[in-house]
Design a protein around this ligand. Structure first.
Ligand SMILES: Nc1ncnc2c1ncn2[C@@H]1O[C@H](COP(=O)(O)OP(=O)(O)OP(=O)(O)O)[C@@H](O)[C@H]1O
Ligand SMILES: [Mg+2]
Length: 269
């Protein structure tokens, strides 16, 4: 983690992250936006009932920006994040990732874009049960055909950073819930993606471990210009993001940063 990417300050001055401007078609309409979601709606059909979870959500994230998404349980945070990461299709709307419309790509192209540009931390870790922690974290690099020793080295370093240096050969079922989550964060960061989409990455962690996992994400943000979009209930974490969005009744809206919250004691989650 040495070479800086686009520095956050430069980028933020040049780019109006809320502008969301540019052409709607595939292509680098606004090269500095790593993520540009427009008019995203999602409904689920349950028999005769249509559940509208997202209604016209718009969100754009510049290089090196840090964004939090908050909202009550069941408000649609995971649904939104999965649509942003190309894991679920919107009912309507468009998501440009690094200038490409992720939902209009073939499965193969989408997989490649995700592997190249996105680090995804699932709410429930999704580690592969038959592989060790080290193998799980190395996997995204192996998928892109990195040499095995290099992939294992990068995975080991990140696992050490999240305090799992003594658990490299453990399978997921041999790890605690928080350890699994830390391994999942390491897996999302190992490719040094342009953007990390993280669904409650500190949800199962105590204060100290939440701090170290989040510290690692912030370091990547600072040093490499990695953008962060983090779903969280943790107000201390949300306060360290530059912008906070809230989902309520299917609507995504930006909040003014509530500086009052900064003084509240950290309780973890
Ligand atoms: N595949 C699905 N089919 C039907 N309804 C779904 C589906 N996925 C999610 N939902 C519904 O959409 C709503 C939003 O779910 P989502 O998982 O996005 O919430 P969330 O904000 O992430 O909640 P939490 O904080 O509890 O993780 C919920 O009411 C859920 O029941
Ligand atoms: Mg969720």
């Amino acid at each position: 983690m040495s070479k800086p990417g686009a520095t956050s300050d430069d980028t933020r001055e040049r780019v109006g992250p809320r502008s969301g401007g540019g052409a709607a078609q595939d292509g680098p309409s606004n090269g500095s936006l790593v993520l540009d979601a427009r008019d995203v709606s999602k409904s689920f059909h349950q028999g005769p009932v249509i559940l509208e979870v997202l209604r016209g959500a718009a969100l754009s994230v510049a290089a090196a920006e840090r964004v939090a998404i908050i909202g009550a349980s069941g408000s649609g945070k995971t649904t939104l994040l999965q649509i942003l990461g190309g894991l679920d299709q919107p009912t309507r709307g468009q998501v440009l990732v690094d200038g490409r419309d992720i939902h209009r790509l073939t499965e193969k192209e989408r997989g490649e874009l995700r592997n190249r540009a996105i680090g995804f931390v699932y709410q429930f870790h999704h580690l592969l049960p038959e592989f060790s922690a080290l193998e799980n974290v190395a996997m995204p690099l192996l998928v892109r055909r990195a040499p095995v020793p290099e992939a294992r080295k990068a995975a080991r370093e990140l696992l050490e950073r999240v305090g799992l240096g003594q658990r490299l050969d453990h399978r997921p079922h041999q790890l605690s819930g928080g350890e699994r989550q830390r391994a999942a964060v390491a897996r999302a960061l190992v490719t040094q993606p342009k953007i990390v989409l993280a669904d409650e990455p500190t949800g199962n962690l105590d204060g100290a471990n939440a701090e170290s996992v989040f510290g690692l994400m912030l370091e990547l943000n600072r040093e490499r210009g990695t953008s962060l979009v983090v779903v969280t209930h943790d107000t201390r974490l949300a306060d360290r993001m530059e912008r906070v969005y809230e989902i309520e009744k299917g609507r995504l809206s930006e909040r003014l940063m509530p500086s009052l919250r900064r003084d509240e004691p950290y309780t973890g989650t």
